[in-house]
Ligand binder design. Structure first.
Ligand SMILES: Nc1ncnc2c1ncn2[C@@H]1O[C@H](COP(=O)(O)OP(=O)(O)OP(=O)(O)O)[C@@H](O)[C@H]1O
Ligand SMILES: [Mg+2]
Length: 269
């Protein structure tokens, strides 16, 4: 079966979308068939990969597939898939801002995404789901659809408070739907300052909660933004062509960081 991972954190701007697309880029680079599902109505991953038209005016949206009000059924998730040039994607869509309220009220709303993903025709090695920066049926639905979760976070002293809220949410989901067992895969400390300084308290808390080997660190580097400017992942980004030739070393650094996550994930494929 296809391995599935949700990248989740109910805090905005911590690097969920950046982690999702660059991990997808890393796994694509190794020859795996990757699908990214953008479950965030704000469409961070979709826009970062340049699918602006799909987001604003695409014919179909997850809304149409997942909500009772939509015109498509779970079987039709296939029709939403587009290629980014590196991996396949179910892009987000402006319409999806209406999705949460329907998923709240519909019977089975929380399991809708899982049912749709179960029915995909194409055979992917891995499906990565980028989830929204709030707790609700879309983020719950993403966790239920994947049963594995990676937690991006900024390496600061209040990060644990956000994580503890999410751990509680996962427990609540597991109590309500006892057929699902959501596995905490690890944390991604994102935008680690160039000196590599992470407060000891933060380092310790993450190691204790995830295990030292499952706390991945991504440095804070302009090259991450530059790749997005060119609508590629770091793996396909060409510093020379982009006019940022001095990015070459930082690109290697950032790829080495994502490669560590990819090595770990590859162990499950
Ligand atoms: N390692 C990094 N170095 C420098 N900038 C980064 C890095 N990772 C992410 N960023 C930048 O930080 C910003 C937030 O990242 P991102 O959009 O991935 O967060 P998010 O958690 O998905 O946000 P949201 O909650 O709004 O969906 C983006 O502008 C991104 O380019
Ligand atoms: Mg995002």
């Amino acid at each position: 079966m296809t391995y599935r991972i949700t990248v989740a954190m109910q805090k905005g701007g911590v690097g969920k979308s950046t982690t999702t697309i660059n991990l997808a880029g890393a796994l694509n680079d190794r020859g795996h068939d990757v699908l990214v599902v953008d479950a965030d109505p704000q469409g961070g991953a979709t826009l970062k990969m340049g699918l602006r038209e799909e987001y604003r005016t695409g014919d179909h949206a997850l809304f149409d597939v997942l909500s009772d009000m939509g015109t498509l059924s779970y079987d039709d998730l296939n029709e939403l898939i587009v290629s980014t040039g590196e991996f396949d994607m179910v892009p987000s869509h402006l319409k999806n801002f209406n999705l949460e309220k329907y998923l709240y009220s519909e019977a089975g709303g929380h399991e809708a995404l899982r049912k749709a993903v179960d029915r995909l025709d194409a055979d992917y090695d891995i499906i990565l789901i980028d989830s929204p920066p709030n707790l609700g049926p879309l983020s719950d639905g993403s966790l239920i659809a994947s049963e594995n979760v990676l937690f991006p976070s900024h390496p600061n002293t209040i990060a644990r408070d956000s994580l503890e809220i999410l751990f509680d949410e996962i427990e609540t989901i597991e109590d309500k739907f006892d057929q699902y067992d959501i596995k905490t895969m690890g944390a991604v400390l994102n935008e680690v300052p160039s000196q590599g300084n992470v407060a000891r308290e933060v380092e310790d808390w993450f190691s204790e909660n995830f295990g030292e080997d499952y706390v991945f660190k991504i440095p804070d580097r302009d090259v991450v933004e530059h790749a997005i400017e060119y609508r590629t992942t770091i793996y396909q980004y060409d510093p020379e062509e982009a006019g940022y030739p001095w990015d070459a070393d930082a690109k290697e650094d950032i790829m080495a960081s994502y490669d560590q996550i990819a090595d770990y994930v590859e162990g499950f494929l």
